[in-house]
Design a protein around this ligand. Structure first.
Ligand code: OGA
Ligand code: MN
Length: 261
């Protein structure tokens, strides 16, 4: 297994087959995820069954109510532009942060790659925290954001909102990351009114997603990309996509420490 940094966030891991992965390798990948946020795993000639088995080696999978399952594989979520006249919206976010225990990891398996466009962008949220001006850190220290769901039909028993620290300690690395999601899902910052919340979230998103803090992944056949929702934001770039884009997505519920605790 060889690793090389792909940008300000993310590592490319080559020479690793995801088939029949052993616990020691899973532990190494968890450590890499907690430090580098994104793992690009190229040249994986695998089907959904193998993809699911790989993810299950990290722990229990989770599926967010209201999202679209892959036909015949209820553990995976279908991300597809096929038959869509209008491209989906794409703003930086973390996955399913409106629950008290958001999914630790998300992974995409490239099923169909468009002829052009359709990249996925990631931001380094450790670096976003580290590079905040001191006065902003002082003003935000100890505060929380109430994350809410938008745009999904949920059942009566589903969680629809959760409060998380803005400066969140990563359960594996122990490092502090700037933790927020897309503006529409950041309902309020503790101790702030609507206007101040909106302005602050806007500022923090702009700060987080400056070009020098981003990795842009251009997909190749056989790519699996996995990320740690505790230290990156992500978004698809749906602009100017030409051709069908189909991804199968799986999410792992927990970090290793949380399971042991
Ligand atoms: C996701 C997501 C980005 C992409 O799967 O959670 O945001 O590039 N996808 O499809
Ligand atoms: Mn997402």
């Amino acid at each position: 297994m060889d690793t090389v940094a792909v940008g300000p966030v993310g590592m490319r891991v080559s020479g690793l087959s995801l088939v029949g992965i052993d616990p020691g390798t899973v532990a190494s990948l968890q450590a890499l995820l907690s430090e580098h946020g994104v793992l690009v795993l190229p040249d994986q000639d695998i089907d959904d069954g193998t993809f699911v088995a790989f993810l299950q080696a990290f722990g229990q999978l989770t599926f967010s109510t209201g999202e679209t399952p892959v036909p015949g594989c209820a553990d995976l979520n279908l991300i597809s532009n096929v038959g869509r006249a209008v491209p989906p919206k794409s703003t930086f976010h973390v996955d399913t942060s409106y629950v008290s225990r958001p999914p630790a990891y998300t992974a995409l398996r490239a099923v169909q790659i468009p002829r052009s466009g359709g990249q996925t962008l990631f931001s380094n949220q450790y670096r976003a925290y580290d590079t905040l001006p001191d006065e902003v850190k002082d003003r935000l220290r100890g505060r929380t954001i109430t994350h809410v769901v938008t745009g999904l039909d949920l059942g009566p028993d589903d969680e629809t909102s959760a409060e998380h620290p803005i400066f969140r300690e990563h359960p594996v690395s122990g490092r502090t990351s700037l933790y927020l999601t897309t503006a529409a899902r950041c309902r309020s910052i503790s101790g702030m009114g609507e206007d101040e919340t909106r302005e602050t979230v806007q500022y923090l998103l702009e700060h987080s997603t400056r070009e020098e803090n981003l990795y842009r992944h251009a997909w190749s056949p056989g790519d699996v990309v996995m990320w740690d929702n505790g230290c990156v934001l992500h978004r698809a770039d749906h602009e100017g996509v030409v051709g069908d884009r189909v991804m199968h997505r799986g999410m792992v519920a927990d970090y290793p420490q949380r399971i042991a605790a």
